[in-house]
Ligand binder design. Structure first.
Ligand code: CTP
Length: 219
């Protein structure tokens, strides 16, 4: 890795969770801290790339050197923001996008009445899969996967199903890795190879992931 080895590349990174509103005071969300995606954005900018970071609701400062940070809340908003940034050379989908959202947002606070409450949920748009088949598809599309078991089987399944170039699977169960942690362990899969990265600080993993991308898709 050299100082400006990503110079001239346009990289779009999504990071953080999405929140899907139920009513004005409640939402469905997930435990993503956004740290991995923010670390990737920061590393890419430091290495000379033009970086756009599309961030879900997180409490993280904007890394230095970004071209733009776009803050969004829901999966739908994240999709709009990401698609609006195409074309790009690389898309890295590090966001933990909610897979389902309430079919409708109640205009007022839902009051408790019955013993049971059933919420109707609908699938959110799959941003990664859409970017991967878009007319302005980036040269390299990288997704993340959170798997608890059969990591390679599911990660390779996503590679094929979502038509992406690389899947970085979180190795859960490794001590010190995970949502809020500053450390993580990834296994990155592509069509004819794989590489285990870490356990290491997310900042170091970000550089190693960018190295892998550069090695496979040189300028
Ligand atoms: N993703 C996305 N849009 C969604 C859902 C996921 O872009 N609506 C992206 C994420 O940014 C991540 C990858 O897809 O790069 C994760 O894929 P997904 O199939 O959601 O992973 P898991 O949550 O691990 O899937 P599952 O729940 O099916 O195991």
């Amino acid at each position: 890795m050299s100082a400006a080895d990503l110079s001239g590349r346009r990289i779009v990174v999504s990071a953080g969770p999405t929140f899907e509103d139920i009513d004005p005071v409640r939402f469905i969300g997930n435990r993503s801290s956004g740290k991995m995606g923010f670390a990737i954005a920061e590393a890419a900018a430091r290495r000379g790339a033009q970086v756009v970071l599309v961030a879900g609701p997180v409490s993280l400062p904007t890394p230095p050197g970004l071209q733009q940070r776009v803050d969004v809340r829901s999966a739908r908003q994240m999709r709009e923001a990401v698609i609006a940034q195409l074309p790009a050379d690389v898309y890295i989908g590090a966001a933990a996008v909610a897979d389902y959202a309430p079919a409708e947002v109640a205009p007022g606070k839902i009051k408790k009445k019955d013993e049971q409450l059933t919420l109707a949920l609908v699938r959110t748009p799959d941003i990664l899969a859409e970017v991967a088949v878009h007319a302005r598809r980036p040269t390299v599309v990288v997704g993340f996967a959170a798997e608890t078991h059969d990591v390679e089987f599911y990660a390779r399944g996503k590679l094929e199903k979502k038509k992406v170039d690389m899947i970085a699977a979180n190795r859960v169960g490794v001590s010190g890795s995970g949502f809020e942690s500053d450390d993580n362990a990834l296994t990155v899969y592509w069509l004819d190879g794989e590489r285990a990265l870490g356990p290491a600080p997310k900042t170091a993993l970000a550089d190693q992931l960018l190295d892998l991308i550069l090695a496979r898709w040189p300028a």
